[in-house]
Design a protein around this ligand. Structure first.
Ligand code: SF4
Length: 361
């Protein structure tokens, strides 16, 4: 099997879902690293990795979706709910700027009293204030879907409202495992998979950018994970390569209903490699410093080429993630792995990337 897969990868042919499953379950670690590095090197310089510093601003913890793996949300009538004011959001952004950050990602719960026009106004005010200094990811696809529904507008109309108000990016966050069996078990109120992609298509059609994400380490089966990758690869083909990056992070099991244990780093790295090899139509694979800390940098040997240095994120820290502001230490770990860290700007909307000449690799 490995020889057949190697032949395909070296000819830049896509591998099958079955081959991806075999790679994860059976392949030698050294073979995974070799093949993932081969695909990585078609897109990126071999001994470099890009990064940026960013804040995830969790503007509200009020949520009615009740995902059982979530440690962050509070139901609307709970005592410890919050909704940040514009001033409080700005304070968090100022802290990030002090730490060298250039990107803010807004991510919150499904607040039943807010409407998409409220967000368009909030995002617009904040964007104006930080013009030229900060780029913004405003919403995830999952939040966008909820706020379209609660505002009684179609995805096309919601995307138009946000795009016209100046929104450039809505990330592919809130995806976890895009398989309806998983969604039914853990997050039945959130969305169905095809609905997710309908919303993401509307976002792209309105001229905004989006990304691909995944979270592993719940109780998902390999088949459910493979469904996620397969549908994503098809969507990327259908949308002419619109998604610049794929970020996979890991479930943190503390303080929530689902519980469980953390996935080990070796399994995470193997999945990163499989993702790099299988998602051969997505330029950037990002490894998760947020949940794997310095172990995430080992991912640069498993096909990843990029990472974020987060300054804060309540969603994952409530679930047990540890965020370090010792960025020099993390960058030194990157160098220790043999990769020169290069600070980057946020990706272009269409993920502009120059393919490395296959013959020269
Ligand atoms: S994961 Fe998101 S949608 Fe689900 S309960 Fe938590 S905040 Fe709400």
């Amino acid at each position: 099997m490995i020889d057949a897969i190697r032949t395909k990868v070296r000819a830049h042919e896509s591998i099958s879902r079955e081959e991806a499953g075999w790679l994860y379950g059976v392949a030698e670690d050294a073979d995974l690293r070799e093949l993932a590095t081969f695909v990585r090197n078609r897109y990126h310089a071999p001994n470099a990795a890009t990064y940026l510093v960013m804040a995830i601003v969790n503007y509200t913890n009020v949520c009615v979706a009740k995902c059982d793996y979530c440690s962050f949300y509070r139901l609307p009538n709970a005592k410890d709910t919050y909704l940040l004011s514009t001033e409080q959001v700005c304070q968090q952004i100022d802290v990030m700027l002090g730490l060298g950050g250039t990107l803010v990602s807004f991510n919150g719960g499904f607040h039943p009293k807010l409407r998409i026009t409220d967000y368009a106004k909030l995002f617009g005010e904040i964007r104006e204030k930080y013009k030229g200094k900060v780029d913004f990811f405003e919403f995830t696809v999952a939040e966008f879907m909820f706020y379209c529904k609660v505002s009684k507008v179609s995805y096309d109309e919601g995307a138009r409202i946000l795009a016209e108000s100046g929104t450039r990016w809505i990330t592919g966050g809130g995806a976890e495992i895009l398989d309806d069996r998983f969604r039914k078990r853990h997050s039945p109120l959130k969305y169905k998979v095809e609905d997710y992609y309908t919303a993401q298509k509307a976002i792209l059609d309105a001229g905004m950018g989006s990304t691909a994400t995944m979270v592993i380490g719940f109780d998902e089966s390999l088949d459910e994970r493979l469904s996620h990758l397969e549908r994503l690869r098809t969507f990327q083909t259908e949308s002419n390569g619109a998604l610049p990056s794929f970020l996979c992070w890991t479930y943190m099991p503390y303080n929530n209903e689902l519980g469980g244990s953390e996935i080990d780093s070796a399994s995470y790295l193997r999945w990163l490699a499989v993702s790099r090899i299988y998602l051969d139509n997505i330029p950037h694979i990002r490894t998760s410093v947020l949940t794997k800390n310095e172990d995430a940098l080992l991912g640069l040997h498993y096909g990843a080429d990029d990472f974020d240095l987060p300054t804060e994120d309540l969603v994952t820290t409530k679930a047990g993630a540890r965020i370090s502001h010792e960025f020099d230490t993390i960058l030194a770990s990157c160098r220790a792995q043999g990769f020169e860290p290069q600070h980057r700007e946020p990706f272009g909307l269409r993920g502009e990337v120059t393919l490395v000449d296959l013959e020269a690799v």
